[in-house]
Write a protein that binds this ligand. Structure first.
Ligand code: WT7
Length: 630
């Protein structure tokens, strides 16, 4: 695959992708190994959310990671693994070694009865085996669903049940900073509520005591003992499922976003190469967890498809101290560094001291993902980490898009602070107003939609295609609706403004307000609750909960209990930052909560609350303002 090298080339490719998308994408697709070539590049039906890319082609994504790279890059390091504890030895795993381990584990999966199409849950720490688990699933045609290991037993059980998974891959425990997390216990608790799981494979990591249920639980090292390291890759149709990844929406339970084999392969690798401008000898590091889409596309699949060296970090940015990220950059001479604004703001809060012993000279490109990056954080990152010389790519995309959609190409697109900037070739963003009118030209602001399909567009929400159509393809006819607001400035550069729906983005993690409310309402003393986001200096957005309780407990006690319920139902990442106990919520005569008012109060903006005359209970607004937590 050739990468774009100049701005004029970018514009040329963009134009081609607009005029003749099929030619544009097939030229890229030719650089992969296909077991059988496609009949049609694209069949697309927005109304029914039915997209077929590279129709009737056959492939296996791992053949394109391994067989395609091995002859040239067999001895090249595929994964560098940096453990939680910097005193523990890192692992350098070559493409050849990763291939062998993937094949061995693929055979272990088969021996446990895993077949093409079966769903396998991965609930693991950030260790090479997590990537091996994903790749082995892909090799045998099983559909992986990685669940971030910070989610609670209840959340894990929901995901297992939703996709009727047959197997869970996990570890005895996870190291995270100075904590050890008993993940196997969480799996055991989850499985009390699941009937589809036949087996659990447990990687030994922390060596802590765990229960092994006979006939169900097996040790990873025992499973691979007698397996061969050769395993033919399963023949996958281009539209066969590659993975399911659960993400939160504005209503109900998290949905299983489905990505399919061929389109995802083409798009994740194309975007990796072009956005980060990866060169053959470069060492690339994305700090995400494989539990999120960023980890899927830009730790595992994108880089490995391109034959890159990708770093996997098990720990957290603050352990053993706040220089950890910068120590790792220097230790491995990282060339491309990709992280989230939350991490940048958290490290920025410690000043420049933690950076003073690091040279960071190796860096060529720095990236940002997951939430809008404010100008202050942008400049701090650009000046102090990139030393003013590294292009900063602010990459906008979503779980549903599979890969980066709007971003500068490093060193090619002029940098503009806090602007994701320009769409990648093949991506046709449009700005629409509330009535669905396209707002053309510059200096316009509205909702962000995408008007033509790209190879890794969401295929369905697992088990509920109607939900996929309703969420993404029915607000605006003939377009994919992102849920984000956007502004096109006077130069035509795009700036993402954040969610326009009831989704909160906390530290780059997506939370549905309804989901958090449902969790809070599980507390027996809670009568009703309403959750909104508010601006938070570090996390981007914090979670503010208004709760009506019928309890004799004092406020502090009930607040603690509510936080515990949320931890149990969703996980620590969803716990409210602020809880205000109220006697009522502002409701319209039709019983709808007026969230606009709650958002303003949570943001400390008590003026301009707008028209409150339609409220059933206007007096409640005064009470809420008086009790607001600042
Ligand atoms: C939502 C998607 C994409 C991987 C990580 C998050 C927000 C993402 C940016 C950015 C402003 C961003 C959007 C989007 N978002 N990247 N560069 N600038 N906002 O994936 O959990 O699916 O969340 O994250 O609001 O809709 P996700």
């Amino acid at each position: 695959m050739k990468r774009i090298k100049t701005l004029s080339e970018y514009f040329k490719k963009y134009e081609l992708s607009e005029k003749d998308p099929e030619k544009f994408w097939s030229e890229i697709a030719y650089s992969f190994i296909w077991k059988k070539k496609w009949d049609n590049v694209l069949e697309s039906d927005f109304e029914n959310a039915d997209f077929k890319w590279f129709k009737n082609a056959q492939l296996n994504i791992t053949e394109n990671i391994f067989e395609r790279n091995l002859s040239e890059r067999g001895d090249k390091t595929a994964i560098i693994w940096e453990p939680n504890d910097p005193k523990e030895s890192p692992i350098y795993m070559s493409y050849k070694e990763l291939y062998k381990q993937t094949c061995t584990f693929s055979n272990a999966l088969k021996s446990k009865g895993i077949k093409k199409g079966d769903r396998v849950i991965i609930y693991m720490p950030m260790v090479p085996e997590a990537a091996i688990a994903m790749l082995a699933c892909a090799r045998v045609g099983a559909v992986h669903s990685v669940v971030f290991a910070g989610f609670s037993a209840a959340s894990l059980a929901d995901r297992i049940n939703d996709c009727e998974a047959k197997m869970v891959l996990t570890s005895d425990g996870n190291f995270r900073g100075n904590k050890t997390i008993p993940v196997k216990d969480v799996v055991d608790e989850a499985l009390e509520k699941c009937s589809s799981i036949e087996s659990v494979i447990v990687l030994e990591r922390t060596k802590q005591n765990i229960n092994i249920k006979d006939g169900r639980d097996f040790w990873w090292h025992e499973c691979i003992e007698d397996e061969s390291n050769i395993c033919d890759s399963e023949v996958m149709d281009s539209e066969d499922l590659l993975f399911i990844l659960y993400t939160s929406g504005s209503t109900g339970k998290p949905k299983g976003v489905v990505h399919s084999s061929a389109g995802y392969m083409v798009y994740s690798s194309y975007t990796f190469l072009n956005v980060f401008q990866y060169d053959e000898e470069d060492i690339y590091w994305c700090t995400a967890d494989v539990g999120w889409i960023t980890g899927h596309s830009y730790i595992v699949y994108g880089p490995l498809l391109c034959g890159a060296t990708t770093v996997m970090f098990e720990g957290v940015p603050t352990y053993p101290n706040v220089s950890r990220f910068w120590d790792i950059v220097d230790k491995y001479k990282i060339n491309q560094f990709y992280t989230a604004p939350t991490a940048i703001r958290a490290l920025q809060a410690h000043g420049l001291e933690p950076l003073k012993n690091n040279s960071l000279d190796s860096l060529k490109v720095i990236g940002s993902v997951g939430e809008p990056i404010n100008e202050e954080a942008w400049h701090w990152y650009h000046d102090n980490v990139g030393k003013g010389k590294c292009p900063l790519v602010d990459t906008w995309w979503q779980t549903e898009t599979g890969g980066i959609m709007i971003s500068a190409l490093a060193g090619i697109t002029p940098n503009k602070p806090a602007h994701a900037s320009l769409p990648l070739p093949g991506i046709m963003p449009v700005i629409v107003d509330a009535d669905g009118n396209e707002l053309n030209g510059n200096n316009v602001q509205g909702n962000l939609c995408i008007k033509s399909p790209w190879p890794s567009i969401i295929r369905t929400t697992y088990g509920d295609h109607e939900r996929c159509i309703n969420t993404y393809f029915s607000n605006y006819k003939g377009m994919y609706f992102t849920g984000d607001g956007v502004k096109r400035d006077h130069d035509g550069y795009l700036r993402i403004l954040g969610r326009v729906d009831d989704v909160i983005n906390v530290s780059g993690h997506r939370m549905g307000t309804a989901e958090v409310e449902n969790a809070i309402n599980e507390h027996e003393d809670v009568i009703e609750s309403a959750v909104v986001g508010y601006p938070h200096d570090i996390k981007g957005e914090g979670i503010y909960a208004y709760v009506i309780v019928g309890t004799k407990l004092n406020d502090d006690k009930i607040k603690d209990e509510i936080i515990n319920v949320v931890r149990k139902v969703i996980g620590p990442i969803a716990k409210p930052d602020k809880i205000q106990i109220v006697s009522g919520l502002p409701k319209t005569r039709s019983g709808k909560i007026m969230r606009r008012i709650l958002r303003k109060v949570a943001s400390n903006d008590f003026q301009n609350l707008g028209d409150t005359s339609t409220l059933l209970n206007p007096d409640i607004v005064t009470e809420i303002i008086d009790g607001a937590i600042i």
